[in-house]
Design a protein around this ligand. Structure first.
Ligand SMILES: Nc1nc2c(ncn2[C@@H]2O[C@H](COP(=O)(O)OP(=O)(O)OP(=O)(O)O)[C@@H](O)[C@H]2O)c(=O)[nH]1
Ligand SMILES: [Mg+2]
Length: 377
């Protein structure tokens, strides 16, 4: 009888490997499938993963067991009511262990170099003794499982680092759903001891505002461009940023990047700062050569120090947590209103009546709300 380790078949996900081996009874003689032909016991190797209890999840996350952390995030990402219940019980237990990281949002148009930058910054941070989690928020990524997974080649070193944890965007669902999942994933990663959380989002649509609402510091990566570059980036997005970072400041582009830095520095002067008591800064870097990477990190650390001392950071986190509660309530109310059978039934005719001028808009809204209220209970 031998106690040989049975190889994980291809159909078992790698993260299930540890559990898989625990399901192999000791002393089974190895055949090609780990069982002898004479074995009286039916197959004990189940592709199903062992259910974890709330305590298993909590202890696993606190011990930074990556497999359990991964499963806890999957639980958070599930929309099944039973999973949500367990997930919330796990989160509740973990809450006292959260909040100790610096949360940094990173955005910029496709191709600006976000992935390359995160790789460079991430490696710099690890050299400094940090442990970092990289998360993505990309509500458009229903099919691709998020941009991060797609471009792991751009984060080749980081994916191999044991001090880094990379998680692609949760797929599917509404922006509100993605937001909840990302926010709760941040908390799980903090409980697992990651002290820097980078949240990447691609610079399109509403996702910048979403990420701004879950981070301490927001970094906008930019490019030097032709002539009207200051108009190219929406003023609203620049007003969300605590720092603008002009990437690809290398080679032939270096001089232009320095010029752009001057222009943007003048431009941000006229914008409302994203954080009270902090002047939005403009810097240059090259994610490829590494120039400027240490500098931008020192800016973020300076921000953290000053904003902690002034109480701004704590106030921001408190406000974010409360806004989050309101946002979830609003989303729930909106969804239940528009899915309510009475509303669904009445809406098309109401719309038609408002369009052809036979029903005032206010009356249409009042009547729909009345239907919702009346038939709700
Ligand atoms: N010269 C130069 N090239 C860079 C720099 N950073 C990124 N690049 C290149 O720019 C291209 C896009 O970089 P990515 O890191 O994939 O950009 P991204 O913002 O993650 O792009 P999306 O994932 O599509 O949103 C790649 O070919 C990179 O090699 C830099 O600092 N200097
Ligand atoms: Mg990318």
């Amino acid at each position: 009888m031998s106690n040989e380790t049975i190889q994980r078949p291809e159909w078992v996900p790698a993260e299930a490997g540890a559990e898989f081996t625990t399901q192999v009874m000791p002393g089974v003689t190895g055949g090609h499938d780990g069982l002898t032909s004479t074995s009286a016991t039916p197959s004990v190797i189940s592709p199903r993963r062992r259910q974890l209890s709330v305590t298993d999840y909590v202890e696993g996350v606190l011990n930074n067991d990556r497999m359990i952390l991964g499963r806890a995030i999957t639980l958070i990402e599930s929309n099944a009511p039973a999973h949500m219940e367990t997930a919330q019980a796990v989160l509740k237990e973990l809450l006292p262990h959260t909040g100790k990281s610096i949360r940094v949002g990173i955005t910029g148009v496709p191709g600006v170099g976000k992935s390359t930058f995160i790789e460079a910054l991430g490696c710099h941070l690890i050299e400094q003794g940090h442990r970092l989690a990289v998360l993505a928020v990309d509500p458009t990524s229903t099919l691709t499982r998020g941009s991060i997974l797609g471009d792991k080649t751009r984060m080749e070193r980081l994916t191999r680092e044991t001090q880094a944890f990379i998680r692609p965007s949760p797929s599917g669902g509404t922006l509100g759903g993605v937001t909840r999942k990302s926010r709760e994933t941040i908390l799980l990663c903090e409980a697992a001891g990651f002290d820097v959380i980078l949240v990447e989002t691609v610079g399109v649509g509403q996702s910048e505002t979403t990420v701004r609402s879950m981070v301490d510091f927001f970094l906008l990566l930019m490019l030097t461009g032709a002539g009207d570059e200051l108009q190219g980036i929406k003023k609203g997005i620049m007003e969300l940023a605590d720092a603008l970072l002009i990437n690809k400041a290398d080679g032939d582009n270096l001089t232009r990047a320095k010029v752009a830095r001057g222009e943007y520095t003048r431009a941000v002067h006229y914008l409302a700062p994203a954080t009270q008591g902090w002047r939005t800064q403009v810097h240059t870097c090259s994610a490829v050569t590494g120039d400027g990477i240490a500098k931008i990190w020192s800016v973020i650390e300076d921000f953290r120090q000053k904003m902690t001392a002034s109480g701004t950071l704590e106030a921001r986190r408190h406000a974010q947590a409360i806004e989050w509660v309101y946002a979830m309530i609003e989303e729930h109310l909106r969804t239940s209103f528009y899915h309510h059978p009475a509303v669904v039934a009445a809406l098309p005719a109401m719309k038609e009546a408002v369009i052809n001028g036979s029903l005032p808009a206010t009356l249409a809204a009042t009547e729909l709300l009345a239907k919702f209220e009346r038939e709700r209970f």
